[in-house]
Design a protein around this ligand. Sequence first.
Ligand code: CA
Ligand code: CA
Ligand code: CA
Ligand code: CA
Length: 263
Amino acid sequence: MKAQGAFISIGLVCTAVLAMANSAQAASFTSNVSYTSAKNDVILNSITQSGKTINSFSYVNNAVIQYNTPRNATSTNSGAASTDKGDNATSPLAPAEDPTSTAVAKFLGNNNLNNIIDTEDDGTFTIDVFFDSEITQDNLGLDNLFFWERGVNSDLGIQALDSTGSLIAGSYKKLLRTEQQYTGFKIDTVEIASAQGLGSWGVSLNELGVTKLSGLRLTANASFNGPDFKVIARKTTPEPTTILGLGGVAALALLRRRKLKSA
Ligand SMILES: [Ca+2]
Ligand SMILES: [Ca+2]
Ligand SMILES: [Ca+2]
Ligand SMILES: [Ca+2]
C-alpha cells in the first residue's frame, strides 16, 4: 500500500516536470541571498524557480565595450555605463566612472549582487559579455539567464552571441522595466544617495529563439532610463532526461527492495 502511494507520487512529480519543460514562458524566480544591509555585500547563494533550487552558475569572464557614451568633464553624471558597488560592499576593483572592459567583466563576474554596472539615465552603450561556459538549451523548464536591475525602473537590450562572438540573428530581446519582478530587497550603491529596490528578469534560451549561446550583447540608449544591472547564467547541467531516468530506476529498485522485505 505504502509502496503504491510512493509510486503514484513519483509519477506526479514526473508529470509536473514534463509540464514545466513544455511551458515556453518561464516563471518568476526567487533570489536566495546572504544579506545584512543595502550597502553591504549581497551574495547570491542560489535561485529558486518552479520549486527547484539551483546553485550552479556561469559567470561573465570577459567583456568587450563596443561603445559607451564618453564622459563629459563638466558633469559628474555624464557618460553611460560605469562600475558600481554597495557603499560598504567589497569589489574586485575600485568603482570607475569610465571603466575598462576588464573592469566590467570583473564587476559582473561574481555572485555579489552589490557589484553592478550603473548607467546614467540618458547614456548609450553596447557591451558584449561572455560566460565562463557555453549555455545550452535543456528541458528543465527553467530560465537560463538571470538579470537584476537596481531601481526596477530601466530597460535592457540583450542579444545572443555565438562561440565566435558573432551576433545570432533574430535573438534580440528588450527586457522591459514593467516586466521586472521585485526581489524583495534593496541595494544602496556608491552612485546613489539612498537604497533602491532590486528588480529581476529571468530569460530562457527559448525566448531568444536559440539553442545555445556563449555570450550576450547588452545594449541601452537614452530611452532605456540607464539600466543598473547584473547578469548571471545558469550553468548547463547534464541531460535532464538521464537524471529522470536514473531517478526512476532508483525508485523502482527501492520499491522492489521494500516488497522483498515485506514478503
Ligand atoms: Ca556613473
Ligand atoms: Ca535603474
Ligand atoms: Ca549610496
Ligand atoms: Ca541608472
